[in-house]
Design a protein around this ligand. Structure first.
Ligand SMILES: Cc1cc2nc3c(=O)[nH]c(=O)nc-3n(C[C@H](O)[C@H](O)[C@H](O)COP(=O)(O)O)c2cc1C
Length: 256
């Protein structure tokens, strides 16, 4: 496994990469990047211990290093720590989970998972349905909508494919926030925290937005409980590269 030590972190200043020396007050981590990627399991069980604010700031500072379409950085994050707010979010997550449960029940087990792996997945997901409020932090990752340009303002060749453009915009709506979310997952792993990306709440997103006072033009893309985990990190098992990769053309096996 390739080794790449993460000892320093970087800020972008005037488009120049500037190394930042970690000071004694900066929460730091020393974990092999590939080890983090291979072990950042979805963790849903947490100790009640509070997470220091500077660790959450550190996680978010990693999140905002992610790319975004057009470098718009239209993201916002809400860090919910108040017990009353967490309870309201948890109640909505619980309500949405009835639907998730029905969907899982009506679908066959994914072929690549063993009976035991699937049982564990259902047990862990189901546990969170009833225990979300116990996470010391619930982080909500949001993205502001960008209005498309007026059709009439565009050249004819672009206007001709305008409807396809709008459909594509809808299809890739989350693509400018999910890289930041993956950074959150990896930063949590590096700092000894646990988290999981969840999306069930989106079924009742209007109510979630009302609880958090989120404006109309902003959508929520993930709700992530964060805390010190009581369960272990990976290793993560996945379908092998050979099963999911083609060379040059669909159907031609990647040589590996
Ligand atoms: C887009 C997306 C949505 C997800 N939504 C939920 C969710 O609502 N609740 C949940 O417990 N886990 C959710 N997960 C986590 C997956 O269940 C988890 O990544 C998967 O089971 C693999 O688990 P592992 O990473 O521990 O191997 C979601 C993951 C993704 C990428």
């Amino acid at each position: 496994m390739p080794c790449q030590r993460v000892r320093q972190w970087y800020i972008l200043a005037d488009e120049k990469e500037m190394p930042v020396t970690t000071s004694s007050t900066t929460p730091s981590a020393d974990i092999d990047l590939f080890e983090a990627m291979y072990t950042a399991r979805s963790l849903r069980h947490f100790k009640p211990d509070p997470v220091p604010q500077e660790l959450i700031t550190r996680v978010l500072d990693a999140a905002i290093r992610a790319s975004s379409g057009g470098n718009t950085q239209h993201w916002s994050f809400i860090v919910a720590r108040d017990a009353g707010v967490k309870r309201q979010l948890a109640a909505l997550y619980r309500k949405a989970s009835d639907h998730a449960m029905a969907v899982y029940a009506s679908r066959p087990k994914p072929e690549h998972l063993s009976d035991e792996q699937y049982r564990q997945f259902l047990a862990n997901s189901g546990w969170l349905w009833d225990h979300l409020a116990e996470a010391p932090v619930i982080l909500i990752a949001c993205l502001a909508r960008r209005e498309p340009p007026e059709r009439s303002s565009l050249p004819a060749v672009v206007q001709a494919r305008y409807d396809a453009h709008l459909a594509n915009t809808l299809r890739i709506s989350g693509s400018s926030i999910y890289p930041a979310i993956q950074n959150i997952i990896l930063a949590c792993r590096a700092l000894g925290l646990g988290t999981v990306i969840t999306t069930n709440h989106i079924l009742y997103e209007d109510e979630v937005k009302a609880v958090l006072g989120i404006p109309d033009n902003v959508s929520t893309f993930a709700l992530m409980p964060i805390g010190y985990p009581t369960r272990k990190y990976g290793p993560l098992t996945r379908k092998p590269v050979a099963d999911v990769t083609f060379a040059d053309r669909w159907g031609t096996r990647w040589p590996g």
